[in-house]
Design a protein around this ligand. Structure first.
Ligand code: GDP
Ligand code: IMO
Ligand code: MG
Length: 423
């Protein structure tokens, strides 16, 4: 089996959905290994826009099989609704989807607590309010509920009592509504009814395909490297490891299966939510990037903050993920800028550093050091080969490649499935 990990190298929304949909044409299996419905992965195919929150982006290719690994946190009502909507539009999902019994559930109070904290905190993270952090916190506190627990009603009831007892400290202190265990039990049963027969141990399947040389498995990451709970801009991060190392843990695959890591980055940078963003551009240029790139969050609809490409954090992202090939997306958005800025170093304590400082206390102090490159005027959105790109666009891409010491394998020049150049 060839096993390819796909990860975002920035703060999410790099265009992972689009790229994974394209690569899925040749894939057999696509598996999500972390995150939950905080993700919003957009696929545009045949003029129809689909935003996937939980189901892997390969589902729109008819021949594929998809999996949700143990590392994912699943809101049962969101999954039910996502399957229902896709099936209503004529895409068969249930028979092509397997869900790990070890994946944790997002429960109604997780969402409530997430929203409550976000609304009360003076330095809010700007979460998606989907209960992601609370579900992962319960997993680590060993009071979570897992997909495999739903099959034994009595046992589930007992687990829910314990989990609610644990959440109760928070809910009670903040005078929030009390949950009844029977109500939550009924909610879980209703919202897992359509796919409960698809909750199956995926490990034997993964290991069976592992020995078949012809099979291709794509491991779909959500969020991006700079939102990683360990390596991101803590505490303004998500609650899972979003980097390549999480693929093995989030699916149950040993390290030797992974040889290819594809890192996906926008040709500029965006961020939704709060936190450090060294190359953020709040001038007209930033607004222009937002407008031309249609930069609104696919999950929450919030406007994304925009700025220039940051090679310091990208080099770091390429290192910690072990990126073997790069995909640059949204190159078309840079059309019409006379000059394009690229951050090649950070000013820190009167010196220029080219190594990413990792600590938030240092990152808070950095100022970007830019070089400027020529832009281009031509519309590149229907170009199909690297050679046809304007000279300035090619120079821009080669500069990124040389700086990161990683080859670019694909360049996306528009949101559509076929707007992609393979190098
Ligand atoms: P993801 O979370 O990484 O899958 O990315 P999102 O779907 O949240 O955001 C990417 C947005 O950019 C979506 O609206 C895509 O349709 C769009 N998109 C992806 N690739 C390109 C591209 O090359 N050019 C343009 N203009 N839009 C793109
Ligand atoms: P995809 O997979 C962009 C951000 C939120 C917030 C922080 C924590 O579409 O790239 P959380 O709800 O996870 O506790 O929020 O992480 N965030 C994302 N930003 N793309 C995403 O996913 C994101 N998922 C979470 O905006 O800043
Ligand atoms: Mg997104």
């Amino acid at each position: 089996m060839t096993c390819e990990i796909m990860v975002g190298l920035q703060w999410g929304d790099e265009g992972k959905g689009k790229v994974i949909d394209c690569l899925s044409e040749k894939a057999d299996y696509i598996a999500r290994f972390q995150g939950g419905n905080n993700a919003g992965h957009t696929v545009i195919c045949g003029g129809t826009k689909t935003i996937l929150h939980l189901i892997p982006s390969g589902i729109l290719q008819n021949h594929t099989h998809c999996m949700l690994g143990n590392g994912v946190v699943i809101d049962p009502s969101v999954l039910t609704e996502e399957i229902r909507k896709l099936e209503k539009s004529g895409i068969e999902v249930t028979s092509r989807l397997l869900i790990s019994p070890l994946a944790h559930l997002i429960l109604p109070w997780h969402r409530e607590i997430d929203s409550f904290i976000e609304e009360q905190k003076s330095n809010a993270i700007g979460t998606t309010k989907r209960g992601i952090g609370c579900a992962y916190a319960d997993k680590k506190a060993r009071v979570g509920i897992r997909m495999g627990d739903i099959f034994d009603r009595q046992r589930l009831k007992k687990l829910l009592e314990e989990s609610l007892w644990h959440a109760g400290f928070f809910l009670k202190n903040n005078d929030k509504k009390r949950y009844e265990v029977d109500e939550v039990l009924a909610w879980i049963e209703k919202n897992t009814a359509s796919y409960r027969h698809r909750i199956q141990n995926i490990i034997p399947i993964l290991h069976r395909i592992a020995s078949d040389k012809k099979k291709l498995l794509l491991c779909e990451g959500a969020q991006g490297t700079l939102l990683d709970i360990d390596f991101g801009t803590y505490p303004y991060v998500t609650s899972s490891n979003t980097t390549a190392g999480a693929a093995g843990i989030g699916l149950g695959l040993a390290p030797q299966h992974f040889r290819k890591v594809t890192g996906i980055a926008k040709a500029y940078t965006t961020r939704v939510g709060e936190g450090i963003f060294p190359t953020e551009d709040t001038t007209e240029d930033g607004k222009r990037l937002a407008e031309k790139g249609q930069e609104y969050g696919a999950t929450t609809g919030r406007p994304r903050r925009c700025g220039w490409l940051d090679l310091v954090s990208l080099r770091f992202a390429a290192q910690i993920n072990g990126v073997t090939s790069l995909v640059i997306t949204k190159l078309d958005v840079l059309k019409g800028f006379e000059k394009i800025r690229i951050c090649t170093g950070y000013y820190l304590n009167d010196q220029v550093c080219t190594e990413y400082p990792v600590q938030t206390s240092l990152l808070e102090k950095v100022k970007p050091s830019y070089i400027e490159m020529d832009g281009w005027e031509e519309d590149i959105s229907s170009i199909q080969s690297f050679e046809e790109l304007p000279m300035a666009a090619r120079r821009y891409l080669r500069f990124i490649e040389e700086n990161l010491q990683v080859p670019i394998s694909m360049v996306s020049v528009g949101p559509g499935r076929h707007q992609i150049i393979t190098l």
